[in-house]
Write a protein that binds this ligand. Structure first.
Ligand code: SF4
Length: 327
């Protein structure tokens, strides 16, 4: 017996990297055992910030390749594209009527977007959290996986749901609970900032073993370790953080000891980490190659996902329209 329904969405960012995997996808896979899961590629949300829509389709397929190869099971979970279920835009409009304007303009995320793209402050940016609330409420998800830093976003969704139910004196929409996930903050190859494609400090899951090793060799290590003979401090080294995820306990202990007494050089240490990382991605890469050979199958999966999602969405909207009193 599953505990309920999970909804989560991700913008179509193309090939995923280790930060995406450790921060979200791994958790998506694990949640399937306990919940009925709905995973959505939020292409409409992406429109608020992308400069060109040319790559949207390809980025969607590439991301879904990675989701499936990582272990999201399309026969159980619903995987679909947001814009393929147009009911979400209708619910977005209705929820916008119970969302105070001042709340939206005060949100730190909106202010940040305005700062980042001052020449493109569109309505979509302002309504972003309302569309997010519509996504979750449309499928009556009772659980949403969030990192601790995203908790305020979900709280805002909960407020909108409460406002709707109060305004229309009903219990149609479900207030989602947070499934707080402990996700590691994955730092990029620069050793400083969160792993991100835009910063070009990422390691793609689908890269070849050679590309992966080349990327690992560029990783910034303990900045105080200048010469091979200098002792290092693994506690401040991002390579060591990856060892803790991908290497065996014995290897982690060895690196911890040998780094501190300059018994291992950074080149060898990185080669070992790259070898272990590549080994852990072997199965993923084989599954991805298989999927890449059958892109039509992936389109079918998205089509079936949208079909299943629309059935839930239309049932919710029938209740919503009735509660609102739309003729
Ligand atoms: Fe980092 Fe390994 Fe170099 Fe130590 S030996 S500083 S853990 S890369």
């Amino acid at each position: 017996m599953k505990k309920g329904r999970v909804f989560s969405g991700a913008r179509p960012t193309g090939r995923q990297h280790l930060g995406n995997y450790l921060g979200a996808i791994k958790n998506y896979v694990a949640l399937q055992d306990a919940y009925d899961c709905i995973y959505c590629v939020v292409d409409l949300h992406a429109l608020t910030t992308v400069e060109t829509t040319r790559d949207l389709r390809n980025n969607t397929i590439e991301m879904v390749f990675d989701w499936l190869a990582a272990g999201i099971r399309s026969d159980e979970s619903i995987i679909f594209v947001q814009s393929h279920v147009p009911q979400v835009t209708e619910l977005h409009m209705i929820l916008s009527m119970v969302t105070p304007m001042g709340k939206l303009t005060d949100l730190p995320t909106f202010k940040e977007k305005v700062r980042m793209q001052p020449d493109n402050v569109n309505y979509g940016l302002l309504g972003y959290p309302v569309l997010m609330a519509a996504d979750i409420a449309l499928y009556k998800a009772n659980a949403v996986p969030v990192g601790v830093d995203q908790a305020p976003h979900l709280e805002f969704t909960r407020e909108i749901v409460r406002s709707f139910n109060y305004r229309y004196q009903c219990k149609v929409l479900v207030e989602p609970q947070m499934v707080v996930t402990e996700v590691p903050k994955v730092i990029g190859t620069d050793g400083q900032q969160k792993m991100s494609k835009s910063l070009d400090n990422h390691i793609e899951l689908a890269a070849t073993p050679e590309e992966t090793q080349a990327r690992v060799m560029t990783m910034v290590t303990d900045p105080a370790r200048v010469r091979r003979t200098d002792p290092g401090n693994p506690d401040v080294c991002n390579v060591f953080s990856f060892h803790k995820i991908f290497s065996s306990p014995d290897e982690v202990a060895m690196v911890d000891t040998e780094c501190r007494r300059a018994g291992i050089g950074c080149v060898d240490c990185k080669k070992l980490m790259a070898k272990n990382l590549n080994a852990s991605l072997t199965g993923f890469r084989a599954r991805r190659r298989e999927l890449e050979g059958h892109p039509d199958d992936v389109m079918d999966i998205l089509g079936q996902g949208a079909h299943r999602a629309r059935a839930i969405a239309e049932a919710t909207m029938a209740e919503v329209r009735d509660a609102v009193g739309l003729p």
